[in-house]
Every structure is written in C-alpha cells, then in structure tokens.
Design a protein. Structure first.
Length: 319
C-alpha cells in the first residue's frame, strides 16, 4: 500500500526536543528521584523526540533497574509543569487494559515529577512503514474498546468544546495563504466550523497521536504515551489522526481506512470535516513565532498542514 510521498518530513525525527538534562536538575531533586528509584543513577538517557523542553529521561540505576522520569519546574516551566500534573492525573485513572505505561509515583511541589514504568521500546521509524502503522492502529482500537465509556474519574472535556477554538485559526490561514484557492479555503473553513457535528462520542480520545507519542516494543506491540490532553469524543478520531504523517510519507491510507473497523464506516463528510479542522489548526499555528525551546515545531506543523490540505483537496476533488 504505497503512493508518492508529498514531501520529506522536514525535521530530525529523533532530535526535535531541547530538554533539561539530569545534571542540571537541583541536587535535592536528584537525590529524591534516586530514593524513589531505590538506587543511585549511573546514566540518564534523555528522550530527544517531541516538542517540549521538560526533563524526560530513562534513568539507569546502579542496581541495573531502569526508570522513566519526567520533570518540570513549577516556577520556570509552569505551562509544562501543569501539563505533567494533568498527565499524572490521567495516567492514574487509565483502565488497566489501555496499552500505555503506568504511573508509579508523583511529586508535586516546586517541581512536578512523574515516575513512569519503563518500557523498552522505540518510536516508529520514519518514513512510516505499513506494519508499524498497523501496530499503532491495533493499539488505538484497544484504547477505544477499553475506554468506551471512559472512567468517570478522568473528568474529561467533551471534544466539541475542546476543539471549539480551532476554527478561529482560519482567519490567519486566509491572510497568509494567498497562494491557495480562496473558494476552496472558504469551503474548508465552513467544513471545520461543523466539527461539533462529527467529533462527539463516548470514547477516551488521546488527541495527540503521532510517531513521537508511540512506543513499539520488541514483540511488535504499540503503547501510547503522553496522555496530557485526552477528551471524550468519537472512537475513530485518534485512528484517523494517526494517518496524517503516514499519508504524507507515501502510505495508501485510503486502503487503510477501508480495512480498519473504527474507520471504514465513518461517513466521508465526517473525515473531511476532521481534515479541515486540522488544516486550519496546523497552517495557522505554523505562522506563530518559533519557540526557542522547540526549534522544529513550526516546520512540523507546516508539513502536517500541507499534508492535510493536499489530502482534503484530493478527497473533495479540488484541483
């Protein structure tokens, strides 16, 4: 299942993050983490995927054990500390059957620190290959099966409310993308503004499924990580979002849609609405200033937006 790739992914897939390193954490915090790990840390392997600057490392201890730890300063990195705190709350409430690493412990003080069960895995390779995409889609089907309905203590926003502000990015898209057909842009914006018609549901939706938020284990299973922003919504939404990058890198995702039980019966108009929502988000966000802690974020968003626009144009028959 292949097609001509749209364009090479423009960022270094495994080196997108500028993260805090173990040596730069406060000594008292390092001592606390070592106590929770039960052994002195002899090596810290920073995880360089993703687009956030918080500490995220595999800690190798003197006793041979490995631990995955994330940390952010409440004072210096409040936005990311808040996100880690919320991630800890969501991880603690995930049902047992969800294919995701488990929260082991939490420190919430001057720093928010998460101890998460270590998983010996790797992100999917880029460009995407079909068997690894299948493993991810298998995992997302398990997530949907296990979390319909979601546990009440997750206290999730509904997707329509969470996505309500996304169509506002279309004003910026129209202003910046004068190279694109104005009538098609207007039709796409109208589609995006109908998102509440299609994104609703009673399933836990991760909302941020991409290659750096997935781990593949040695036995071929996929685990979903970084549970910062889940909502209650449509069971198909994550599986569809997971196809954006594979489509851009040459996978025949239309054949994938036809073969997957969460996607094959979704009305075509609903998928177009979701694509239009993504186009407005990515092509507006990529015009924002480049964050100094995430130098590749805007290039990533621009590429994703172009993939979604090309896909939407093909689906709608726009030249």
């Amino acid at each position: 299942m292949s097609r001509t790739p749209l364009a090479p992914y423009p960022v270094p897939h495994e080196a997108t993050a500028r993260r805090l390193e173990w040596a730069f954490l406060p000594p008292n915090l390092r001592a606390y983490v070592e106590r929770r790990c039960g052994s002195p840390v002899v090596e810290a392997i920073s995880q360089t995927t993703g687009f956030t600057p918080g500490f995220a490392s595999v800690l190798v201890c003197e006793d041979g054990s490995r631990h995955f730890v994330k940390a952010a300063s409440v004072k210096a990195q409040r936005l990311f500390a808040d996100a880690y705190r919320e991630e800890a709350r969501k991880l603690a409430a995930l049902p047992e059957g969800v294919p995701a690493p488990r929260l082991q412990w939490l420190l919430d003080d001057d720093w928010v620190v998460l101890g998460i069960s270590y998983v010996g895995g790797r992100p999917p390779q880029r460009p995407w290959v079909a068997d690894e995409l299948d493993a991810v889609l298998d995992a997302l089907e398990v997530v949907a099966d296990t979390t319909t309905p979601p546990p009440a203590d997750l206290d999730l926003d509904v997707a329509a409310d969470d996505f309500a502000s996304l169509p506002e990015g279309w004003a910026q898209v129209r202003a910046h993308r004068t190279d694109l057909d104005a009538d098609h842009l207007a039709e796409a914006e109208a589609l995006a503004r109908r998102h509440a018609e299609v994104v609703g549901g009673d399933t836990l939706v991760h909302t941020d499924v991409r290659s750096d938020n997935v781990l593949l284990t040695a036995d071929g299973r996929a685990l979903v990580v970084d549970w910062n922003f889940p909502v209650r919504g449509a069971a198909w939404f994550d599986s569809f979002a997971a196809l954006i990058a594979p489509r851009g890198e040459g996978i025949d995702v239309d054949a994938v849609i036809a073969s997957r039980r969460l996607l094959r019966d979704v009305p075509a108009e609903a998928l177009d609405i979701a694509l239009a929502l993504y186009v407005g988000y990515f092509l507006s966000q990529c015009e924002q200033p480049v964050p100094p802690t995430s130098p590749h974020l805007r290039d990533h968003q621009r590429w994703q937006g172009e993939v979604c626009w090309d896909w939407l144009c093909e689906r709608r028959g726009w030249s």
